[in-house]
Design a protein around this ligand. Sequence first.
Ligand code: GLP
Length: 237
Amino acid sequence: MKIITVEDQLQGAQIAVAKIKKILSHKPGVFGLATGSSPLEIYRQLSQSKLDFSNSISINLDEYVGLAPNHPQSYHYFMKQNLFNSKQFLHSYIPDGLNPNAQEVENEYEQIIKDHPIDLQILGIGENGHIGFNEPLTSFDSRTHRVALTKSTIDANARFFDNADEVPKYAYSMGIGTIMKAKEIVFVAYGEKKAKAVYQMIDEPVTIDVPASVLQTHPNVTVIIDHKAGALLKKIE
Ligand code: GLP
């Protein structure tokens, strides 16, 4: 893992955007996209850039089960608001949260990723070390699947909903095995709330208790963190 400590999200996003630009300078790309606050500045900079994604493909990590694409908390809506309204991709894939047939969603999504291997995956981290929506104890071999969200994730997301009962309890997420197939991963985490998870991911042994720790075994990961997220790290450049 290459660890880069940045002053703020602006600087972090510049590094991520430069990597995206590099891929696009050779060919249209397949970009794995994440939601959450951590990649927001990346999407802002991409939106304002001159980069052309019209021949590229985007594949999002996950989506809540049961939320329609126009629900303000759905990841479809998030991506539209933060990137797709300004940048059109040839195809943008996000799991269909309204399809109750999990098997169908899983098979279709895996096929999409097989047909379009991901060049660069943007990745954030949950406070409990989850990546995508792969909660602790998820198998490292997992493929796209329906996930029961943990209480910690439901609580962390409750702030976005009018009341806690409205927070979805399930999501469709690329599996850990799916994420690990990306040729390159750009990981972003900011703030002290992520410090423990970032420490466990980098300095502790690889374990299914901390899904993000699997990234230690990926050949091409760039970890972009601010000083607060990296505060507990022992070995930092
Ligand atoms: C959700 C998403 C993750 C994301 C995490 C952290 O759980 N499924 O992909 O990494 O939130 O979000 P934030 O960047 O807002 O802290």
